[in-house]
Design a protein around this ligand. Structure first.
Ligand code: HPA
Length: 278
């Protein structure tokens, strides 16, 4: 695949999917590290492994199942990505955001993105959920923006507005669903780094100072493309570990997956509640 997405590539992937299901998905859901259990709750019409979809990236990280589940959840037609690809796996920005473009051409209007993230805000605890109020596109500021390259005018504008990337109404619904269910919930700013190395204590100090509450290695490229395509976005971070500026906590991938066991049912509750109220 070329460095930039083309309509030919997007349509090839979308066509392959149109042959596999007839349902018209309205809500796209992307499940992050250790969080893929939510997809098991879908009344599935089709399950398609990523390698069977032209040009789709394969999720190579443990904790990412790597298939698309299409069906109904809480009565809503959904398209769920059980696992995602990351930039640090060696994929281009175009490859990791292709699934969002495919959702867009298949008619998805609302995107729910989840991730596992390190808590930077000192009040966050592992197992908490953060509704993303806004993000800092640190990875994109330095040039890694999935919209770099020829603009696909059919999909969105050259200079898309990012002033309200995360839908205010969806955020309010997510918070109230969480509160009613007794799930510890915060709202805050997510920051995306390229990874795969975790942060140094000095990195963590810097990220706090510039206003981030949670740090991870995904989501922002996908949300940037979703905003370009004028989708409504809800972002949910599962806080899997606490990032320490004093070097006291050592983040590990195992810890991220372990926290996923607590977080997956919490995120499922929130996602179901949001879908009920759409
Ligand atoms: N840092 C970056 N990404 C992460 C972390 C972290 O501490 N936890 C889960 N994803």
């Amino acid at each position: 695949m070329n460095e930039f997405l083309t309509e030919t590539v997007i349509e090839a992937a979308a066509d392959a999917l149109r042959r596999r299901f007839s349902l018209a998905p309205e809500v796209g859901i992307i499940l992050g590290s250790g969080l893929s259990a939510v997809a098991e709750a879908v009344e599935a019409e089709a399950m398609i492994a990523y390698p069977d979809i032209p040009h789709f990236p394969r999720a190579t990280v443990e904790g990412h199942a790597g298939r698309l589940v299409v069906g109904h959840l809480e009565g809503q037609p959904v398209m769920v990505m059980q696992g995602r690809a990351h930039y640090y796996e060696g994929y281009s920005m175009a490859q990791i955001t292709l699934p969002v473009r495919v959702m867009q051409v298949l008619g998805v209007k609302t995107l729910i993105v989840t991730n596992a993230a390190g808590g930077l805000n000192p009040s966050f605890r592992p197992g908490d959920v953060m509704v993303i109020r806004d993000h800092i596109n640190l990875i994109g500021m330095a040039g890694l923006n999935p919209l770099r390259g020829p603009n696909l005018d059919r999909f969105g504008p050259r200079f898309p507005d990012m002033s309200s990337a995360y839908d205010r109404t969806l955020r309010a619904i997510a918070r109230s669903v969480a509160q009613e269910a007794g799930i510890p919930v915060h709202e805050g700013v997510y920051i995306c780094l390229a990874g795969p190395s975790f942060e140094t204590p000095a990195d963590i100090h810097f990220l706090r100072v510039i206003g981030a509450d949670a740090v991870g290695m995904s989501t922002v490229p996908e949300v940037t493309v979703a905003c370009h395509g004028r989708m409504r976005v809800l972002g949910l971070s599962g806080i899997s570990n606490v990032a320490s500026a004093e070097g006291e906590n050592i983040a590990t991938h195992e810890e991220v997956l372990e926290a996923g066991r607590v977080l997956a049912p919490r995120l499922e509750t929130i996602i179901r509640g949001v879908l009920q109220r759409l």
